[in-house]
Write a protein that binds this ligand. Sequence first.
Ligand SMILES: N[C@@H](CCC(=O)N[C@@H](CS)C(=O)NCC(=O)O)C(=O)O
Length: 204
Amino acid sequence: MRLYYTPGVCSLAPRIIACEAGLEIEYDKVDLKTQTTASGRDFVRINPKGYVPALALRSGDILTEVPVILEYLADQVPNSRLLPRLGSLERYRAKEWLDFTGAELHKGFDPLWSAPMPPKARQLAVLHLQRRFSYLDQCLRDRPYLAGQHFTVADAYCFTVLSWARFHRIDLSDHPAVTDYMARVAARPRVKQALEAEGLLAPV
Ligand SMILES: N[C@@H](CCC(=O)N[C@@H](CS)C(=O)NCC(=O)O)C(=O)O
């Protein structure tokens, strides 16, 4: 398999899961501006949607969309607990978190990437995100990970998206359970491995 990625963006989530699951994957870096890959491929021919991540399967098929790629990767290693058993309520809970992360958090950040942004519009976008963070904070007060006691694909995605708060200078100090959660996930050895591979670990 080959993952098309850009450092630090949402494609970090599948890399984290590949590391957590011990999957052997090739990586090809995408320059989103030029739509070319480090290996010289035309990315639009790989994913006509023009965004990362895209996962090339051994069959030659291409999978896109973060939640789908994460589910596919977790299902390659069914005993890894990265997603609960297919058909169980716990599986739907984990998918509920995946969808919340995609639709409410990931897309909540979208307006902030478009520069320049009028201050009022930025303020509204941040306020909207802060409401979602408050909900997240309540949920994380009684459990270490989104879906319960075990780290799942939803945590890889949520951690990746929440890490953008620092870049956008969004204060998370009103959400202590969220900041503890971020530290907990960042301390996982395989998460560190993924961050290091994308050059995202701050020098000590
Ligand atoms: N719905 C897509 C969203 C992917 C997405 O927003 N990717 C961003 C990086 S986080 C991107 O490549 N943006 C470049 C663009 O849209 O041109 C998914 O779940 O994979």
